[in-house]
Ligand binder design. Structure first.
Ligand code: CMP
Length: 137
């Protein structure tokens, strides 16, 4: 059993696709172990994406991530890190496979509707960024 962090980003919340994203997770046998809606400050978005701080898109990305509420979730299941990334599709929606969340709902490489952890170590950091042990069921 594995856990990963999923975020429905501000563009996804505004587009009202939260239910559809959750439906896709649950239809794939993924269990939601924790969920909440939060509006990140710029500093909180910078902390979450600290690994990207040298990238040219860092400032714009953290502006976007703090522009409105997000929904953060802990997903649980066998091989869930890979399964979630498969459901999301490629970072750039133009490269995302047909039927993926980003292909269907993302507007651009930055405003790409969802985030998912890419490895067990990042999942552990990202889950603990938003949830304490008592909030994960
Ligand atoms: P995410 O999977 O959350 O991980 C880092 C985020 O940075 C990514 O999704 C995009 O939102 C954003 N990102 C990645 N590459 C670029 C890029 N070339 N230009 C703008 N934003 C990017």
């Amino acid at each position: 059993m594995e856990r990963t962090l999923s975020i429905v980003k501000p563009d996804g919340v505004k587009k009202n696709i939260l239910g559809e994203v959750i439906r896709r997770f649950q239809k794939s046998g993924i269990r939601i172990a924790a969920i909440k809606m939060i509006h990140l400050s710029k500093a909180e978005a910078e902390g979450f994406y600290a690994v990207h701080k040298e990238r040219p898109f860092f400032s714009s990305l953290t502006d976007f991530m703090s522009s409105g509420p997000c929904v953060v979730m802990v997903l649980e299941g066998e091989d869930v890190i890979r399964k979630n990334r498969e459901l999301m599709g490629a970072t750039n929606p133009e490269e995302a496979a047909v039927g993926t969340i980003r292909k269907d709902f993302a507007a651009s490489i930055e405003q790409n509707a969802v985030h998912g952890s890419d490895a067990p170590e990042t999942a552990a950091f990202e889950i603990s960024y938003f949830f304490n042990a008592l909030e994960i069921h």
